[in-house]
Ligand binder design. Structure first.
Ligand code: AHM
Ligand code: MG
Length: 359
């Protein structure tokens, strides 16, 4: 190739990269322009719009009135609500109004699903989301995230309680998160691998930055709130003691799930939010946090477990149900599980032995 031609090739590659927007990428992944493919592409585009609005507000949070701090209310989870939680929750609703795309939204912040009746005759999808995850980080200008999943609505949900959402995570059609960090990134999967987009502020568009991301099979990071050590069951403490005695582990914990998982997605390791003796179900919500992230991490070749069951197999008993979460590299999740399951196995063995003692 001559020197004269080279700049055109470089420019063409740069243009191709800049044109791989999220909505185009969804259509490419589905190899189709069918109505369903167009719908999914348009839904992702609306989620991207919500992400841009939230990122814009976060980026100026310290300069605007009414952005930081608490509202004074308590949400359905019994947690104090932050002003950004309310804003971000409403943004997702607003971007889907009159879109014909999503009939129902279910969020960590709302007691019941929110219906958009004008969309329902055509948009049979439900968006599940955590509008601002890790919102305690907002006031100190540290990374936070949004988490989302899409499911097909089943049945009419006559009393509008979202009963059909009480199904396992394999029912998710798509899932992903937005990371509001030094740059804003959107990472998603529609069941065809995991792909990351970075918001280019000069274009106002999410542009493809990593395609077909594979999580390492094992990594050095363990990410857990060790301040809860005293509240855990013994098997989990045993795992942490094991990590403390091994070379090659490093602790990273940001207090916001999306950033912690994002690091593990690229560098490998395990994130843990286990149950405690008093709260065996842990803190994280299955439909808005654990299941969407499990879908994504499995698509990247990793694993997500409660300790005894794959997260994607868990059927919630309520839309705000919680579950313990072990998620990340395959080998690391399996190792933590082996600590938990060994204890269960030992207990079974002892019970059997006791039952065999002649009376
Ligand atoms: P939130 O959705 O109410 O913000 O809670 C979820 C967050 C996660 O992002 C994070 O991993 C965890 O809570 C941190 O909890 P803790 O402060 O108990 O370590
Ligand atoms: Mg959350």
């Amino acid at each position: 190739m001559s020197n004269v031609e080279q700049p055109f090739v470089v420019q063409e590659q740069a243009l191709d990269r800049d044109c791989t927007t999220l909505s185009r990428h969804v259509l490419q992944q589905l190899h189709s322009f069918s109505a369903d493919a167009q719908d999914l592409s348009a839904i992702m585009n609306r989620i991207a719009l919500a992400a841009k609005l939230i990122a814009r507000r976060l980026s100026r949070a310290g300069l605007l009135e009414g952005v930081l701090g608490f509202t004074g209310d308590v949400n359905v989870q019994g947690e104090s609500v932050k002003k950004m939680d309310v804003y971000a929750n409403d943004v997702f609703i607003s971007v889907f109004k009159q879109s014909g795309l999503v009939c129902r939204l279910a969020s960590e912040e709302m007691e019941k699903p929110y219906y958009i009746p004008e969309n329902c005759p055509i948009g049979r999808y439900t968006l599940l989301y955590d509008p601002i995850d890790g919102s305690s980080n907002v006031d100190i200008n540290i990374n936070v995230g949004s988490i989302f999943a899409i499911r097909q609505q089943e049945g009419t949900d006559e009393n509008q309680t979202g009963g059909d959402l009480l199904q396992n995570g394999r029912k998710q059609i798509a899932a992903g998160y937005v990371l509001y960090g030094p740059s804003t990134m959107l990472v998603y999967s529609i069941g065809t691998g995991v792909h990351a987009f970075t918001l280019d502020p000069s274009l106002g568009e999410f542009i493809l930055s990593s395609e077909n991301i594979q999580i390492p099979n094992h990594g050095p990071i363990y990410s857990v709130n060790e301040g809860n050590f005293w509240q855990w069951e013994e098997p989990l403490r045993d795992y942490i003691r094991y990590v403390h005695r091994q070379e090659g582990y490093t602790a990273r914990y940001g207090g916001a799930l999306v950033g912690d998982i994002h690091r593990i997605l690229f560098q490998g390791g395990v994130f843990l939010y286990p149950g405690t003796v008093k709260k065996p179900e842990g803190k994280l919500r299955l439909l808005y946090e654990s299941a969407p992230l499990a879908f994504l991490i499995e698509q990247a070749g990793g694993r997500a477990s409660t300790g005894t069951e794959d997260i994607l197999d868990v059927v919630p008993n309520a839309i705000h149900a919680r579950s313990p979460l072990l998620i990340g590299s395959k080998e690391d999740v399996t190792l933590v599980e082996s600590f938990i399951q060994k204890r269960a196995w030992d207990e079974d063995k002892n019970a059997i032995a006791r039952s065999r003692v002649p009376q």
